[in-house]
Design a protein around this ligand. Structure first.
Ligand code: NDP
Length: 227
């Protein structure tokens, strides 16, 4: 096995039909991993699975709303079945935002964003722990955001959830090292995906981002590398 091969490895990437998750599925599969992914839109998921299969990639998928606890449990049961109880890589990728002034957020906005962006990652890590441990070599990667570190105009709830993910990363890295599970997070800045299409179409927002970015441009999804 070369250092840059994932042959024989198994991976679960949440939210792999578009954007950063899509690019991550492709990269892991290209390196030889068997990958499982999920999203809420069955038609789009099936379309992606077909494309990957025609490229010769080993990718399976489930329809799953990652903000739902029972659906997360079902997803991990399926993953355990497909990968015979062994998972090497968990990419906690799903995340979204609602942009509002803090004074206008509703109780539902708060619950939805925290369930989708933070609780899902926490619970998926809990559910994956026995599989990651059994595999012998485990790795968890959270997709945080630059909004976890500085103020950017994506709303306070999103930023709070991403800040919590940074701390969760540190806790799990220390707690699960004994099980040979590494835990890391990646904190991208503005990346061209469906999530931020509207934001990046706003010239003032885009100019602000670019002026604060040394590369003077936004990122492509396949530039968000995980190792
Ligand atoms: P996109 O919205 O482009 O893609 C999100 C993917 O996740 C889709 O496949 C979507 O499919 C799926 N998804 C969304 N919600 C759920 C859900 N509840 N259950 C299951 N699947 C879901 O997002 P990005 O690729 O831009 O973002 C990925 C991660 O990167 C997020 O955590 C985001 O916060 C983070 N990030 C993004 C940045 C950016 O500029 N794009 C910058 C910094 C961080 P479907 O909708 O069909 O379910």
């Amino acid at each position: 096995n070369s250092r840059w091969s994932l042959a024989g490895m198994t991976a679960l990437v949440t939210g792999g039909t578009r954007g950063i998750g899509y690019a991550v599925v492709e990269e892991l599969a290209e390196l030889g991993a068997a990958v499982h992914t999920c999203s809420r839109n069955e038609a789009e998921l099936n379309q992606r699975l077909q494309e990957w299969s025609s490229k010769g990639f080993s990718v399976t998928g489930s329809v799953c709303d990652i903000s739902s606890r029972p659906q997360r449990e079902q997803l991990m049961e399926k993953v355990s079945l497909i990968f015979s109880g062994k998972l090497n890589i968990l990419i906690n990728n799903v995340g979204t935002y609602i942009l509002k002034p803090t004074t206008e957020y509703t109780t539902d906005d708060y619950s939805f964003l925290m369930a989708t962006n933070l609780e899902s990652c926490f619970h998926m890590s809990q559910l994956a722990h026995p599989l990651l441990k059994t595999s012998g070599v485990g790795s968890i990667v959270f997709i945080s955001s630059v909004a976890s570190l500085i103020h950017v105009y994506v709303g306070s709830i999103y930023s709070v959830a991403k800040g919590a993910i940074n701390q969760l990363t540190k806790n799990l890295a220390c707690e699960w090292a004994k099980d040979n599970i590494r835990t890391n997070c990646v904190a991208p800045s503005a990346t061209k995906t469906s999530l931020v299409e509207d934001l990046l179409a706003n010239k003032e927002f885009l100019d602000g981002v670019v002026s604060r970015t040394p590369l003077k441009r936004t990122a492509e999804a396949n530039e968000i590398h995980l190792w």
